[in-house]
Design a protein around this ligand. Structure first.
Ligand code: DI6
Ligand code: FE
Length: 410
């Protein structure tokens, strides 16, 4: 027996698998874990004999057990904050105006370049611990506030090291194409070449990136520039994703699909044609309602069209200092319902099963199924819809990662 064996008792079980009961609910009150993986689920009286001899048990006290939450789009590692810009925006300045005046992402770039690795790690760790306490067991973290090879790699290393420090599974994504840094103002082509010819190869050689992302936007990178970044990523065998059609329709959804992107993210302004292309390519739509809320943008992504064409929908926090300082996965689920019209079940499936797909991890995590990693969250709720219903409640009773309870008592 190893300490990765565990029995979760007195639980109600929402597997988040498709094609069954709502929330993938299954009968039974017990989840048995062997060697960090789900070995069996069902009623306690039918627990197979060989699974009885388990040292560790966890009493869910009648609450629901779900897969651990997956926050598949964050920018957790950064220096400083942008609270002053928040004041400016409330005074009437727009996000784009602040960005064009050299604030916005570039103000975080200045703060990040000036931060030590230890300072970056400490502030990111605090944010990640908050997410973890609130049920997150896997997080994707983007670079993108270095905009020079050395600092981008530094961010990716800090992100990866958080896996060990916090115990949350981390996927690191290179977002060198996030903004044009000041030293390349007037030489966009030169910066895109740096991303393609130096940054992506260096990140691939160092093995510090799981994927490559780009910010396709009027204030950021053109479709042609994003395409060049994607081609460089493909040459190094790295999967791609895109910040697409957030503030305007740039054809981002179709661009992401054409490059076989795992996901296109935001999509408030995505066209019908783009949605159809995503469906054809199997590209996941990652919705980020925290950004829409924080930027006070009432534009709603084409959710009915995603449903009609069978585009899978994920939901994430987009935790970042400028457009979504949201450190709460269930608030993201709640906002996805209230602002974008998702059902609570869609929002929670989007933070589990589909979040895993956006990261290419769907065979390992994202649902409760025999053989998958025993990453799970135990919730003090009577119905799974409560997870998207309460605003700001602390509902997570326990988190289990690969069969090990995390115990957040300290
Ligand atoms: N994700 C991003 O990368 C940008 N917007 C978004 O939703 C900007 C992040 C920032 O302002 O720092
Ligand atoms: Fe983002």
């Amino acid at each position: 027996m190893t300490r990765h064996d565990l029995l979760v008792r007195n639980a109600r079980i929402a597997t988040m698998e498709a094609d069954g009961e709502a929330y993938g609910a299954v009968p039974g009150d017990t989840v048995a874990v062997r060697d960090g993986r789900v070995a069996w689920m069902g009623p306690a009286e039918r627990l197979p004999r060989e699974l009885h001899e388990v040292e560790a048990t966890l009493d869910a006290e009648g609450g629901w057990v779900t897969p651990g939450l997956i926050d598949c789009h964050t920018h957790i590692v950064f220096g400083g904050d942008r609270a002053r810009e928040f004041e400016q925006r409330l005074g009437g300045a727009s996000y784009e105006e602040i960005a064009r005046a050299g604030g916005g992402i570039l103000s975080t770039v200045r703060a990040t370049r000036a931060s030590s690795d230890d300072a970056l790690a400490a502030s990111a760790e605090a944010r990640l611990r908050t997410l973890a306490r609130r049920g997150v067991t896997t997080v994707e973290i983007k670079s993108g506030y270095g905009l020079e090879t050395q600092t981008e790699l530094r961010m990716l290393r800090v992100a990866r090291a958080l896996e060990e420090r916090v115990g949350v599974r981390v996927q690191a994504t290179l977002l060198g194409a996030h903004a044009i840094p000041p030293e390349f103002a007037g030489d966009r082509g030169g910066y895109v070449r740096l991303v393609c010819e130096e940054m992506i190869p260096a990140a691939a050689a160092a093995g510090v990136a799981d994927a490559v992302d780009a910010f396709g936007e009027g204030i950021a990178f053109t479709p042609e520039e994003c395409a060049r970044v994607f081609e460089a990523a493909r040459r190094r065998g790295l999967p791609v994703r895109l910040h697409a059609d957030q503030l305007s329709d740039q054809g981002g959804a179709a661009l992401a699909a054409a490059h076989g992107a795992r996901s296109a993210d935001h999509l408030e302004h995505a066209s019908e044609e783009g949605v159809r292309a995503m469906a054809g390519a199997g590209t996941v739509a990652v919705l980020l309602p925290g950004a829409a809320h924080f930027l006070r943008d009432a534009t709603v992504p084409p959710v009915a069209s995603f449903r009609a064409h069978g585009v899978a929908i994920a939901v994430a926090t987009d935790l970042n200092p400028g457009s979504s300082p949201l450190v709460d996965p269930l608030q993201a689920a709640s906002l996805a319902c209230l602002l974008f019209g998702l059902t609570p079940e869609e929002a929670l499936v989007g933070m589990t099963r589909i979040g895993a797909r956006a990261l290419g991890l769907e065979t390992e995590i994202g649902t409760l199924a025999v053989g998958k990693r025993a990453d799970l969250a135990v919730w003090a709720v009577d119905h799974p819809a409560e997870l998207a219903y309460w605003m700001g409640a602390e509902l997570c009773r326990e988190v289990v990662r690969s069969g090990r309870p995390a115990r957040f008592s300290s």
